[in-house]
Design a protein. Structure first.
Length: 142
């Protein structure tokens, strides 16, 4: 059975390796630019993260939950929910007074998890859009 073995406020590039196709420069920037990050390991292998999530933001009002991921072999066990709840608790207890604005981009399978935790579609008032820039500087939509 998979269990939450360890939460940490910082993580090395090791947790990113299995979740995102990033190079070491991107991995370092991800860690440096994160407001907070956590990951979950299993009881039988505390060196291999199986779920992760992180927050980017200004620390006061605006926060974006990024890189929520659970390895396929560990999905449907509540790990994504545990990571999300940990991230939301961190925002709630470590921000300026008021109502922080928390956003994220969700794929279709993740919508239920986020809706269960209070997230709602922002359409038609707001629409999420993106821009993917490649190393040569040319741009293309997501």
């Amino acid at each position: 059975m998979t269990a939450i073995r360890r939460w940490t406020t910082t993580y090395t590039s090791a947790p990113l390796r299995d979740f995102k196709p990033v190079n070491s420069a991107q991995g370092s920037a991800v860690i440096k630019g994160s407001w907070y990050g956590c990951y979950v390991t299993t009881a039988d292998d505390s060196s291999k993260p199986v779920a992760m999530g992180r927050i980017i933001g200004d620390g006061g009002w605006y926060f974006h939950i990024a890189d929520m991921a659970v390895l396929l072999s560990h999905q449907r066990r509540g790990l994504g929910d545990a990571v999300l709840k940990r991230l939301l608790a961190k925002i709630k207890t470590n921000t300026a007074p008021g109502e922080p604005y928390v956003s994220l981009m969700a794929d279709a399978p993740g919508r239920r998890l986020y809706e269960k935790n209070g997230f709602a579609d922002t359409m038609p008032q707001e629409m999420g859009i993106s821009l993917i820039m490649n190393a040569s500087g040319s741009e293309g939509g997501a």
